[in-house]
Design a protein around this ligand. Structure first.
Ligand SMILES: [Zn+2]
Length: 433
């Protein structure tokens, strides 16, 4: 036991203390570790709020999905049964009218046609599509690509309407037409001047067809009518003398004056200028002076310009010689047709033919000339004789007997103007020269 005193005094108790200290230290260490762990109670409060938000969000999503799903089902996914003109057709709700029509070949209805302005078929399917009504309400064609059958219960499909092609429009002059009838008697009168009209013309963009859409101003026809005046309750005759004046005119005027008879002279312009005193005498003694052209041409062979010049010059010559204006003509040979009227209706009021041709120019003798008139005389007759253009001795010889014998039959003698007035011939519709 002496060895223990050198090294460790009361060694046993010391070791035991140290051991107990060590044990205490160990316990304290254990306690420290337990209190140093992360706090559990703070983490539990924040988690509850987040869970509430999430719950609301999830609920909203669920509702949204529900509503959206219902909407999609209602408008897109479900199958709709539509009664199309009594036949049930099933299709998805989002099927457009255009697709439904395409899938069913327009339900056998025809599309409208594209027509030209004159009604020619340009495209048999080029008109409006078939017409569709849903639940009784017409669907505009423009909506076929977007409108669906979602709300459709009944649907009707009828043929599409025809469509007329597009057009352009022009205002044009409408040339006047003519109504010239020269077959009803020897007196031809312009009763209406021709007047151009205006019209709106449509031109088909595709067909190029042209149609008159509307008349803006009607054209007036040049109208020439012919008359055979027979004054009611009268017995009148018109003696007419052509191709003068000449040296035979004076004796004829003497006879007419002596027998108090009025006549009508169709004079040549160039001869009127040669015998102005005879022209003036005719007028002074109450006879009618009218034109037989300037120099007796065959008028149908003349150009429009030449014809108008011939006639206007003759009127001017007669006015110069006699001081009298006239717009009355007897065309040489009576040759004045539809074309001559078209060319001159604005300058000529009247063309006067005859109903008794004495054929005096053949010089058949005074009796033949006399008999031709007497044999053919009637109320309103116009007898043709000549006071120029050749030897008119036979006319001078025949005239007294013609007048006397007609008077015996009760005739009185009138100029052409008087005959027209008495016989109700319309006043000429004078043109503006
Ligand atoms: Zn003549």
């Amino acid at each position: 036991m002496a060895q223990d005193t050198n090294g460790n005094i009361g060694g046993d108790g010391y070791d035991e203390d140290l051991q107990s200290l060590d044990i205490d230290d160990d316990v304290e260490e254990i306690d420290f570790h337990g209190s140093a762990k992360p706090p559990r109670r703070a983490r539990g409060t924040m988690g509850a709020a987040a869970a509430a938000v999430v719950t609301v969000l999830v609920a909203l999503v669920v509702v949204a999905l529900g509503v959206g799903g219902w909407w999609m089902w209602r408008h897109h996914w479900r199958t709709v049964d539509v009664s199309v003109d009594g036949e049930t057709v099933s299709a998805r709700a989002d099927t457009t009218i255009a697709h439904l029509l395409a899938d069913h070949d327009d339900f056998g209805r025809t599309r409208g046609r594209l027509l030209s302005l004159k009604g020619k078929v340009l495209d048999k399917d080029g008109g409006e599509p078939v017409a569709v009504s849903i639940n009784g309400a017409p669907v505009p064609v423009a909506d076929y690509g977007t409108a669906t059958i979602a709300d459709a219960e009944t649907m009707t499909v009828t043929p599409g309407k025809d469509v007329t092609e597009a057009h352009t429009s022009e205002t044009r002059t409408k040339r006047y037409g003519t109504d010239i009838n020269l077959n009803n008697g020897p007196i031809q009168v312009v009763t209406q001047q021709g007047e151009d009209g205006r019209e709106e013309v449509w031109i088909g963009k595709r067909s190029k067809e042209e149609v008159v859409h509307k008349e803006i101003k009607p054209a007036k026809k040049l109208t020439v009518q012919s008359f055979a005046p027979q004054p009611a309750g009268k017995k009148v005759i018109a003696l007419t003398f052509d191709d003068g004046p000449s040296q035979y005119t004076g004796p004829i005027l003497d006879i007419l004056k002596q027998k108090k008879v009025k006549a009508t002279f169709f004079d040549l312009g160039e001869d009127a200028l040669t015998y102005p005193k005879l022209e003036q005498r005719m007028v002074n003694e109450g006879h009618q002076v009218a034109s037989h052209s300037v120099s007796h041409p065959y008028m149908p062979d003349m150009s429009r310009d030449d014809l108008r010049k011939e006639i206007l010059t003759s009127f001017a010559d007669l006015e110069q010689a006699s001081g009298t204006k006239t717009r009355v003509l007897r065309a040489p040979y009576g040759a004045f047709g539809v074309q001559q009227w078209k060319d001159t209706a604005d300058i000529v009021d009247m063309n006067v033919l005859w109903s008794i041709d004495t054929l005096d120019w053949k010089r058949p003798g005074k009796k033949a000339i006399h008999d031709e008139v007497l044999k053919n005389a009637y109320n309103g007759a116009i007898a043709l004789m000549h006071d120029g253009g050749g030897d008119r001795t036979q006319d001078i010889e025949a005239l007294p007997g013609i007048i006397d014998d007609l008077k015996k039959q009760g005739y009185s003698f009138v100029t052409i103007d008087e005959l027209c007035e008495m016989g109700g011939v319309p006043k000429p519709a004078q043109g503006k020269e």
